[in-house]
Write a protein that binds this ligand. Structure first.
Ligand SMILES: [Fe+2]
Length: 590
């Protein structure tokens, strides 16, 4: 049975294909269209998935959309009427996007793909999140918690999943918290207040939090009240997001927390405002963590299960995930590589396969590499035509050459195999560098990523070495597989790992198992033999504002445009030709 999953029209569109119960491929539209967070109908992603699998739209048994669009429309309509006349400005906008796209999804899919409408199905948004989390994790029975901004009505669900020995599957969502009450919206409101982009820059709030102290926790708690049933409710007087698309927080919010930060205002921790913004971030981060810990602890007591699967965009918060692992009582916590809305494309397809069609249970391979494969010849061709130095090396020589370059302080663009599904580079589309110095971090921020200096970089290390350098609780390495947890760097190593140690001594670590990305694993070992520490700084292969590179030529162009010293794909090691580099510099200065 061939099932295509689609997520679209809100944020981060994607397509995924499941054939006979197993994922074949999955990709976010942005990686192909090259528009970051592309929310349009993922026509390129769909086309690529079908082409990759060699099937025509007519061969599909079902196309599954990741939310019930009529329910979502009902929510938008109901909220608009409830808050009328305050909402009258936002209502036409919401109508435009909903009526134009979301409500008529069945017709849009049918016309784009030419599949009959009866083959087009819908899952609940949080069912898709839950399936993406549970059905891709190496567990047969687990509690499930999903949390995001909002789906149709739900913003958080709690339940459990069961892959039974008879091959049937069950996912039961026991309860939900409904919009406008939402942990995702609470965090996004602070994201907006702190001058960052909502739905995109939430991780900057987490990074900033480490510079502050949670001095405003009491104030944040005025915004979110715990209810006797163990859930929570937001005090909507502090929020405007449900009445207008233009602003997330209300005048009362500003009264409580002070002047908001402007988008381009620098954050200077030596000024009272800079410290206030950092304290604000630390305070909402703390409240988010505390709430999630309470909710997951209650879920553990209720289910008495040892595994927990987390889904939804909130599961990208690695600091909160680490606290859930340490404090909820669950022995293992799983977060998929794409817990956000893009991952719902895969979740929706798997949900339909197991629960709608009742197909037998299958073990989903536990890796994130479902995207297009890099064409190394394309890199060599582009580099040669451009007059750069291309070395073709056998595998051992290539590893030695790359490890030498990294040990000498060079920055390497690394492309290998199929691209990652989800927002993080996990070893197939990465920029790698030595993790030892702050200077390297600053150089990457300044010359390559063009981003704020308070943002930390993440390390990658073989799973066998992780314990030596990082304080991992039991189960921590599991959370590190897809870089889903933030853990302390061991104090004795912090000076020698200064490039990846955040200001509070932590790091968002990837623990790499050889089987998942064997070439990167081999490179880490080779680098370890040269420097004594098998840890590399690993950041996504892109510059600020662009999606992670997908094709070799995109990696090559990124290498040409910024301070990356070498780029690797297949057997090729490409460096900048000295005379060409001089030309580029002159061009840059002209
Ligand atoms: Fe979502």
């Amino acid at each position: 049975m061939k099932i295509l999953g689609i997520s679209a029209h809100y944020h981060d569109s994607a397509a995924a294909l499941v054939v006979d119960g197993l994922p074949v491929c999955a990709v976010q539209e942005e990686r192909l269209s090259r528009h970051k967070n592309d929310a349009g109908f993922p026509i390129s992603a769909v086309e690529w998935c079908l082409e990759h699998a060699g099937i025509a739209p007519a061969d599909l048994d079902a196309v599954v959309f990741y939310e019930r669009s009529m329910l979502k429309f009902e929510r938008i309509l109901t909220c608009a009427l409830r808050t009328f006349p305050r909402s009258w400005r936002s209502f036409p906008n919401a109508m435009k996007s909903s009526l134009g796209e979301k409500v008529w999804v069945r017709g849009i899919i049918a016309s784009y793909l030419g599949v009959p409408k009866k083959k087009i199905l819908f899952t609940g948004h949080h069912e898709a999140h839950a399936a993406a989390a549970f059905l891709t994790a190496p567990t047969r029975k687990a509690a499930i918690l999903t949390a995001d901004g909002v789906g149709e009505w739900a913003s958080l669900t709690a339940g459990h999943g069961d892959r039974r020995t008879d091959g049937t599957t069950d996912i039961t969502l026991l309860r939900e918290i409904r919009y406008p009450h939402s942990l995702g919206m609470l965090y996004s409101t602070f994201t907006a207040y702190l001058g960052f982009a909502v739905n995109e820059d939430e991780y900057k709030v987490m990074g900033l939090a480490a510079y502050g102290r949670p001095t405003m926790v009491d104030r944040v708690r005025k915004l979110i009240r715990r209810t006797p049933d163990g859930a929570f409710a937001l005090d909507m007087e502090y929020f405007d997001y449900y009445t207008t698309a233009a602003r997330s927080y209300s005048a009362k919010f500003v009264e409580l927390f002070g002047r908001p930060r402007q988008q381009y205002e620098p954050i200077d921790f030596d000024t009272p405002d800079g410290r206030r913004f950092a304290d604000c971030a630390a305070s909402v981060q703390r409240v988010l963590e505390d709430t999630l810990v309470d909710l997951t602890r209650a879920l553990h007591e209720e289910t008495r299960l040892s595994d927990l699967c987390l889904g939804g965009g909130v599961a990208l918060n690695g600091v909160a995930n680490a606290r859930i692992l340490a404090e909820s009582g669950f022995a293992r916590v799983f977060v998929p590589s794409a817990p956000g809305d893009a991952g719902c494309a895969l979740g929706a397809a798997l949900y339909a396969d197991r629960l709608y069609f009742g197909n037998p249970d299958r073990d989903v391979p536990y890796h994130p590499f479902w995207g297009p494969t890099v064409d190394a010849q394309e890199l060599a061709r582009a580099a040669r035509e451009d007059g750069q130095t291309v070395e073709e090396l056998d595998e051992t020589s290539l590893m030695e050459r790359t490890a030498d370059a990294l040990a000498a302080g060079r920055i390497v663009g690394w492309m290998d195999g199929a691209s990652e599904f989800g927002p993080r580079a996990l070893g197939h589309r990465s920029i790698l560098a030595a993790p030892h110095s702050r200077e390297m971090r600053d150089r990457l921020n300044r010359d390559i990523k063009f981003r704020e200096e308070f943002r930390p970089f993440a390390p990658v290390t073989p799973i066998e070495s992780a314990d030596q350098y990082f304080e991992l609780p039991p189960g921590g390495a599991g959370l590190g597989r897809f870089m889903s947890g933030v853990f302390p760097v061991r104090p004795e190593w912090r000076d020698r790992l200064a490039g990846i140690t955040h200001v509070d001594g932590s790091a968002r670590l990837q623990t790499l198992e050889r089987g998942m990305a064997p070439r990167l694993h081999a490179l880490l070992e080779m680098y370890g033999r040269r420097t004594g520490i098998p840890v590399l700084l690993n950041t996504s292969f892109n510059v600020a504002g662009e999606p992670i590179v997908n094709r070799a030529v995109e990696g090559y162009l990124t290498f040409r445009r910024c301070g990356i010293d070498a780029v690797v794909a297949g057997p090729f090691f490409v460096t900048k030709n000295a005379s060409r580099k001089a030309t580029t510099l002159q061009e840059g200065m002209a």
